[in-house]
Every structure is written in C-alpha cells, then in structure tokens.
Design a protein around this ligand. Sequence first.
Ligand SMILES: Nc1ncnc2c1ncn2[C@@H]1O[C@H](COP(=O)(O)OP(=O)(O)OP(=O)(O)O)[C@@H](O)[C@H]1O
Ligand SMILES: [Mg+2]
Length: 277
Amino acid sequence: MPGFTQEIHGVVITFFSTASAVGKTIISTNMAAELARQGKKVCLVDFDLQFGDVSNYLQILPQCTSFDLQQAMALQGSNVRAEEYLTPYEYHNVVFYVLAAPTKLEESYNIDADKAAGMIRQLQNVFDYVLVDTTSMFSKLNLELLDLSTIVSFLGIVDFIPTIKNMKIGTDTLKKLNYDKNKIRLILNRSNAKTRISIADVENLLGEPFYHILPNDFQAASRSIQDGVPLVLRSGGSELGDALRDLVARYTNRAYDDVTMDEDEGVSESWLSRIFG
Ligand SMILES: Nc1ncnc2c1ncn2[C@@H]1O[C@H](COP(=O)(O)OP(=O)(O)OP(=O)(O)O)[C@@H](O)[C@H]1O
Ligand SMILES: [Mg+2]
C-alpha cells in the first residue's frame, strides 16, 4: 500500500458513455496500467457499482470494496483512509491500485453520490491519477463524478443509429454542463468495426471531431480480458495496445496545459440547474 506523506492533488479521469459495451472498462484498465508503467501513482475506481468488471478484467480478488469504505466513512467520517480499502494489481514491476465495486448487488444501494465523491477526493490526495470507470447513464453519481473530474473521456462507437442518437444526447448534455472545452474528450472506439455509417457524418452531427480514435481489435481485447493482463503491458504489442499508449501520451503531455485545474471555474452552479435551468 502506498505510504504517501505529502498531499498531492491528483488528476481525475472519468470514463463515461451513453451506451453500454463501448470499452469504458477495457480502456480505463489499460490507461491505469500505462500510467503505472510510466511510474505514476495510480488508482482505478470501479464505480460501475452493480455490474463492475474491473476486478474480473484484471483477475484480482479484492478483500475490500467501496461498500466497506462507505461503511467506514459513515462510522468514522473524515478519519477514514480510503487508500486502506484498495487492492493492488501487479504485473512484473508495474503496480497500481483498485477500489473495487461491491461484490453484492444490494450493497451498491448504500453508496450515495456524496460519499462516492468524497472517496475520489480522498484518493486524489494520495495518487497522481485517479481513474474512474462508470456506467452509461446521467445518474446523480455520474453527474457528481463529471463535475469533479479533471478530464472526462466520453467514449462512443459508431455502430447503430440508436447508439449515435444517444451519443448526441450525451455530447449535448455535456455541453450544457458548461465545462472548460478541453475537459471533455470524445473518443471513438472500435473505429474499423464493420459499419456503413461514416465517422465524418457522426462528427458533423456531434458538432466536434473525435479527440482520439481506437481501432477494432477483437482478438487483442478478448485475450487481454482472458489473461487478466492489460494490452499495454504485453510485449509484442498490438494495434489497440499502441493506440491506447498514444492516448495516454496525449493525456500526460497535455493534461496540465490544456485543462483548467480550478474545479470551480465555470461550474459553480449545481449540475441540476445547469441541465434544467
Ligand atoms: N477496441 C476494441 N476492439 C475490439 N473489442 C473491443 C474493443 N474495445 C472493447 N472491446 C470489447 O467490447 C466489450 C465491451 O468492453 P468493455 O467491457 O470495456 O465496455 P464497457 O463500456 O465497460 O461496458 P459496460 O457498459 O457493460 O460496462 C468487451 O468484450 C471488449 O473486449
Ligand atoms: Mg464496464
């Protein structure tokens, strides 16, 4: 467990989408691994509270989850150290930490958005990067997470019209939230999957270009899940692994330059009034 004494203010990167199965979990686990490979202190938080897959994708067996952390916070308040509820993922000399999703479905109901946001803020004090895997909905929890994030990776795939319609709802809603324009990064996953819909048409519809494009690579993606080893840690490489490394390089080279780090700027009103006001 990391024994950090000095408080830092880590970068929070949230992985969000308006459709399921677009790659939030595989991309967040790979970005966590790549950042850790580069020597950064990294925590990956599985806030897909009911159906989280991070532990499965990494083949770890957590002893503690966000449910235990929530209970401890309810009893002890700010004396709780969130970092004591994490599970390490280790592969050769690369290590990062996971705040696992509850193991029982009913436990997820006890984790409210405020407590969850408190967990992220605590983890920000001890990690360079806090990566957050989420679910595909504008829930109270996800809206809190979007607000407190430094960067939101909004993921999409171009497959069927309903997915694209939902991506449009997603980008329009994110615009209403009035964030710094560099905070939201539109990422297209599985770009060369068979589809008759053109990427340019989708970009026109969304009103902005994709920030980064990841290729479709079924074999590499499924092998990494089967083996429990993120693609970026594999020697030999794969097109998808390379594109994920490039994505991390872009984030780490530009994160501090591009992103307004003052969390309050432009988002002082609640997300509720910004969406419905
Ligand atoms: N670039 C890719 N190429 C091929 N397959 C991919 C790619 N990205 C993800 N997949 C596959 O798509 C499936 C869904 O990925 P993943 O679980 O990461 O999505 P998700 O957005 O987290 O889904 P959910 O909304 O259910 O949590 C997995 O089987 C994964 O292997
Ligand atoms: Mg997922």
